[in-house]
Design a protein around this ligand. Sequence first.
Ligand code: ZN
Ligand code: ZN
Ligand code: ZN
Ligand code: ZN
Length: 500
Amino acid sequence: MKKSWKRPKSAIADDNHCESLLQQLMVIFPNGDPGYFRECLQYYESDHITRVTDKIFEMGGYYPMVTTCDPVKQLNHALRILATDLFPDCEVAYLRQRLLQYNHSHLEQVSDELLNEQARLPERLEYAKISRSDMFRSETYKSQAQTQLAIDYPQAWKSSIRAVLAENNWDYLNSYDQLREIGPGGLWIALRNFVKHWIIPGTGSSSSSNAASSSSHHGAAPQTSSFDPDFMEDMEALRRRHLCAQEMTDSELARQINEDEYTKENQLITCNCCYGDFAFEQLAFCSEGEHTFCHDCITHYISEGLFGQGSLRGAARIGCISVEGCQGSFSTEMLERILTSDIWSAYQHSLFEESIVRACRSVVRCAACSYCEVDESIRPLDDTKSRLSYVLTAAQLLLMVVVAVMCFLQNSIIPMLTTLVYCYTFAQWDLQADLEIVYGRIARARRGSIFRCQNQACAEMTCLQCNRVARGLHNCLERDQDGLRLYVEKAMADAVTRTV
Ligand SMILES: [Zn+2]
Ligand SMILES: [Zn+2]
Ligand SMILES: [Zn+2]
Ligand SMILES: [Zn+2]
């Protein structure tokens, strides 16, 4: 790749000959990047294999390798490394655009270019995060997404669908959502009516496309055997979304009908907390079976206990909330059914955190979410502390015996006083606190202060010292120093204003 070995192009005229040379190189250098070898071959007039091989040996045996033959997968592999490890704060679209400029050694060439770039790189809002919609898509995916969107939105122009797809990096789900947001506005309605009444009057083709649209909405997807795997995954995600929305609508309708029936029969039951009237299915009972509460009251109680006062964090038993001093509780199965998924998940996390802290004191936590894990970088303090305590107590006793014997032998007042002072000092020494301080310092030195959260939904890097999100070369006092600098600058500006 160095400029020194670039020569005037002498393209190999015969494609078959080029492919044959490439195959030989691929045998000599397994997993090598064919694009890189192809470019190398173009720079030599004769002895291609020998000269390319010599060049690679001159470079210490290094040559760009690929993990897959699929060019889209190669690009996605390079993009993932660039976006998450090498340039975690650079805009993903910018990295994508740069990757497309090269046909081999993408990772190396883009890294070189970005590192040599003088201008500031465009920044990303979410540090070191890359979503599925940011990845490159195959031509099959693009074509299938375009066809499917034309079926989903028969009222939209194909050029508009292409524009929306291009704007959303050819992601089917995001384009689907954007086209739905655009909706059948006045212009779309006019166009649809125009098409319906003038181009295909009475043929029913529009209605057939609508039927196809509704069939895809309700999950009866057309032939999917030839679909791109990524596209099939997106279609499945969309189908699940529609099913969830349908389920919620049906559930709300059923609840309304049930409540109307109870009201008509005058059989509503009163909640013991908010004193509202509810149908039997909308109530929960304590384990004593005497108190009834609506789902909203229990949800509010648990939310307050978890996120407000925190009294329910890690509580294995949630007691009855009746004011009558009931000894009952709410069962776990019932809470799981009633609570929303995020509240239930937060409660489960609090239980897990409590039990792991009880089992092992060496726990590291993510400052951005509730994730925590056992710190295995150093032996637990309890073991070390008990051993060191025995050693130090034995050393103390030994030293006291030696000093006492010396004092007895010399029969002097000064060693006796020294012994007394020494014993007093040793009794005052808080061995446990000092051991914990030392343990903390050693643990920090071994583990480092930056913690990478393994929770997929969070995946933040946080500082264990200042509990802030860490970006690049983190300095805990950076913000404080900025605040101090701003304070001094403001004070100086005020002083100048007063003197003018
Ligand atoms: Zn209530
Ligand atoms: Zn009760
Ligand atoms: Zn986290
Ligand atoms: Zn910090």
